[in-house]
Design a protein around this ligand. Sequence first.
Ligand code: SF4
Length: 496
Amino acid sequence: MAIFSPPRYQAPFKPYNREDISSFMKVFTAGEGLIKGVLFGCRMCGNCILQETAFVCPMTCPKGLRNGLCGGATPEACEVDATRPCTWYKIYKRAERMGRDHKLLEINAPLDGARVGRETWLDVIRTWRKTEGSPRFIEFFTNREKFDEDWERIFYKVRQPDWWQGDSEYHPPAYEEPISLLEANLRTGEFTCTAEIAPPLSVSTQSISEKSEFLREYVPAANFTDNASASARMGSIASSKICLDSGLEPVMQLQARDRSRVVIESDAMGAAGLGIKNILCLSGDHHRFGPAPMTKPDQFDMDAIQILWMLRRMRDEGIYLDGRPIKQRPEFFLGAAASPFGAPPKYEAIRAEKKINAGAQFIQTQPIFDYDGFLNWLEALDKRNLLDKVYILAGMIPLKSAKAAHYMADDVPGVAIPAEIVQRMDAAGDKDGQMEEGVAIALEMIEKLKKTPDISGIHFMAVHWEAIVPRLMDEGGLPKIQVKSLPLEEVSEVAR
Ligand code: SF4
């Protein structure tokens, strides 16, 4: 155990190239690594953000997340390795104690590979010496405010490279007309629903076409997961294109796991070229949750917040991460996921704020079974003035069986099902009885969600039971798709 952080999960990084490292620097770097290892569990990532994370090293997180916790974190343990505490819980708690929680909002860059495995202390000194108006130690005693400002400027330079320039500000989209049908429908202010279609396990595209066919009268868009639970199936880009060709707009899920930044950029550009506009950005489930054989560790180059930041800049500023200009910019309507029951609402709200600031325009949540808990999460978002900056679609999974209810209650991270609901499913009798009880529970929740201010709709995740969505929408009195084509005259201007 390091003094200020959980222990390292993986070995320290080594530099890509050692040609320019002198013997002195090798010894210096080893000494720095030793001291920082004991203090912070440092992996020598060379891209230090300790000042932003209350001096707990985020690189001790098994996913290497640099912008907040994942959906499965608990106060007791990390979702990947239960023998460890969650690094990000420690960060939030220590930041609160130290009064540094405002620092958690800055959007941190992914690692710069050229810096990994190298020392950072001399880098700080070099930046300090090169920067005009560097802090003067005497001012720590005579003019503390100025000293703090100058100090912050130096360390901002060190941790935020020119190609990233992350901050803690809200960046609204830089366009006027709605980019997609989903966006156009949400802008009408009418309650809007989306539905998930499970990408097939085979090469047959028929199931997507059939489901798109009956859903397109009801919803403006359907989600396609991206190898969820680290389990391979038809990819989300291909599934999304088949859906689009079948007359229904897709929401393509794009996750960080298994993709480098280069592939994320190229997949997003390819999707935009194919006409896929709605992109939901995710960090992704760890490989631990997938079937064997498991891949080698460290499959995360970025996280969801970093993807949002990068894609928004590609769209609004017309640049790749490396600064190359994009002649014809992609059009993305960007979304994110949220886990109202993952961590205490105040922590989840910080993560939601970062996603919205980075570029998330809509949020689809994990399934809601505990309505009061959902309201607590909304209240936490409201306290941060987020509700008028994003469209929120409450997640809904209609329960098909008592077994499914038990599985979700016990084994799915970030899902909370009250015991009373599990009991109702247990007492519902045979298979048909359980399905009907699942429908009744869903309809009761629809009734509450319909009347909930500050949300824009419902996202149905009826995996392998997509045919139930039209019934739930009809019996629940939910409006069908309002705007069926672009361009639009009838859609109101952006109400934000
Ligand atoms: S629970 Fe998630 S955020 Fe927390 S340390 Fe584990 S992987 Fe990282």
